[in-house]
Design a protein. Sequence first.
Length: 147
Amino acid sequence: MTDQELIERARDAALRAYAPYSAFSVGCAIESVDGEVVTGANMENACYRLGVCAEQSALTAAQHIFGLDKVARIAVAGGDGSGAELSGDVVCTPCGGCRQAILEAAQLSGRDIAILCASGDGSALERHTIGELIPFGFGTVNLLEIK
């Protein structure tokens, strides 16, 4: 799957977000090392802290379908999902909590997972690795050192 195809899957997922409070729809597509793809979207809640990010939604699906240790790369796109197509020209990157969750998948897999961050309209793209987005991260590797 090309970068653009994975981003399109993330943009499509964002159109299925439930974002009545922020009006900011986020979609995530995760590709496994075997080429399987799962998606997720953010789901807000009137009790704000009970909301779920798109990346967490997709990581949960990835764990169930092929396992976090097989995550190869991730695409994230976010913007205005109120129309027929996702719009917006600002690049969407994972929040801090999602970066932590992606770091854990990276540590389980032994790979510095690639993350494609796209604008809602798909016109802008940034390529990062989780190591770049959360340097000196703390995760499973650190906890295993104490055993």
